[in-house]
Design a protein. Structure first.
Length: 269
């Protein structure tokens, strides 16, 4: 019976989440739920508080109000590395790769928590060391194939074109075996062909790995194509939430991005 079915716990639940810097509320009473394999967009004008939300969810900032949960477990007070281990990974507006390391070593660096060998094994190059390194290398190659970077394993990360560096960031995030992936403007600086390829990769990752995705993006055509739901922030407060069609026709959203028409007329009078 429907009444006896166990309620599904959302992958992410944010309840009245907020942070204040001095007298400024950067994010105020932020509420959101994301289910398994759901892809949700978080949009808003510059300075709306989107990246601050990401920083709260990943432990960079500690919330001054509210709570957030990953699969029902409260994450408040956990350090960033603990939140990553629990299952939340992210990419950044500004690419943060180990530029002088190879592509494959960038991905393997995110898998270190999976290693069981100790320092002496690494120094002595024991059979256990080689077995585990082989497993990590094989897994890293699989992830690079998913983001269309096969054949680039030995390149220095710095020598990849910009769009490929963005995809490498996603492969490195996948290497943490996350349950929730936060993508902060992944299409920034990409041309239309690269953006379309990125869209296909994100959809594949969500479907193949059953990963939930929260996406910040200024490319509205990408947001409208890929997101199932969209939440809109302005001055740290949610002003709208709904389907892409509902958001595209929401007067508050239009005003937040474009300003009131009558105010513009008065300003130009």
């Amino acid at each position: 019976m429907a009444g006896t079915e166990k309620e599904k716990v959302p992958v992410l639940r944010a309840q009245n989440l907020g942070i204040q810097f001095g007298g400024l509320k950067a994010v105020d009473s932020f509420n959101m739920e994301i289910g398994e394999s759901e892809l949700v967009g978080l949009i808003g004008p510059n300075g709306a508080g989107k990246t601050t939300v990401f920083n709260l969810i990943t432990g960079v900032y500690k919330p001054t109000e509210g709570s957030f949960y990953l699969n029902g477990e409260c994450m408040n007070g956990k350090k960033t590395h603990q939140i990553v281990q629990a299952g939340i990974a992210r990419t950044f507006q500004n690419i943060r790769l180990f530029k002088k390391m190879s592509v494959i070593d960038n991905v393997k660096a995110a898998m270190q928590q999976d290693l069981t060998y100790k320092l002496p094994h690494a120094i002595l190059r024991t059979p256990l060391y080689w077995r585990e390194e082989e497993k990590l290398t094989e897994r890293a190659r699989e992830l690079l194939d998913i983001v269309h970077l096969s054949g680039k394993e030995d390149y220095d990360a710095a020598n990849l074109p910009y769009g490929q560096q963005r995809r490498l960031e996603i492969a490195r995030a996948l290497a943490t075996d996350m349950k929730l992936l936060l993508l902060d403007e992944p299409a920034a600086g990409m041309n239309p062909t690269e953006t379309e390829e990125l869209l296909e990769i994100i959809n594949y990752i969500r479907d193949q790995f059953k990963i939930s995705v929260l996406l910040i993006e200024h490319d509205m055509s990408l947001v409208m194509k890929i997101c199932q739901r969209i939440q809109v922030l302005d001055f740290g407060t949610t002003i709208a939430s709904g389907t892409p069609e509902e958001i595209a026709n929401n007067p508050k959203v239009i005003e937040a991005y474009l300003g009131k028409e009558d105010e513009e007329v008065q300003a130009n009078a």
